[in-house]
Ligand binder design. Structure first.
Ligand SMILES: [Zn+2]
Length: 182
């Protein structure tokens, strides 16, 4: 494949093809050292940008390097990524003309830091996270809001109880001087 890394209008640098690519063609491997998910977390916790790709086994992560890792994300991509026999490849989703930037949908997951998308596609969903992950995050946010509301309710109820106790105390305190006066 005749691929080049060039400045991209989407993000910093991207991968472009200088020759036509046929739909379904295997474009480039997403290669790099393999880490366990724990190793990847240790290495990249808090890093603003990583090139990690999680394999289907749910345990192994490719720390992408080289051409395959340089492709940018788009919500309306011309490539897709697929794991075949424990290796990860990028395939053309449609015929791609020379000069086009190669893009695939990252469908990010497993993180909560914002990952805004600047792909500019009319179909842009505004984030590089997958729809499934965003739905999961929304459910999590809703549960958290419900928990906070429930906790407020408890505090309010406790507040009322405290108030009542205070009223009782006041009554008790007022009655003592009365008695002492008498
Ligand atoms: Zn987008």
């Amino acid at each position: 494949m005749a691929l080049v890394v060039r400045p991209s209008r989407i993000h910093a640098a991207g991968v472009f093809t200088t020759a036509p690519i046929r739909k379904g063609a295997r474009v480039v491997e997403y290669s790099g050292p393999r880490l366990t998910a724990e190793e990847a977390n240790r290495l990249y916790d808090g890093a603003p940008r990583t090139y990690l790709y999680g394999l289907e086994d749910g345990k192994t992560v490719i720390d992408g390097e080289g051409m395959g890792a340089y492709l940018n994300h788009s919500c309306n991509p011309n490539c897709e990524i697929d794991e075949i026999k424990n290796r990860v490849w990028i395939f053309a989703l449609r015929d791609i003309a020379p000069g086009e930037e190669l893009l695939w949908d990252y469908n990010l997951y497993d993180d909560e830091d914002p990952a805004p998308c600047c792909c500019g596609s009319p179909k842009c969903r505004g984030t590089m996270y997958s729809r499934e992950w965003m739905a999961k995050m929304r459910r999590k946010a809703r549960k958290k809001a419900e928990k906070i509301a429930a906790e407020r309710e408890v505090t309010r109820t406790q507040g009322e109880k405290v108030k009542k106790t205070k009223t009782l105390d006041k009554g008790a305190v007022t009655s003592i001087p009365k008695r002492s006066v008498a």
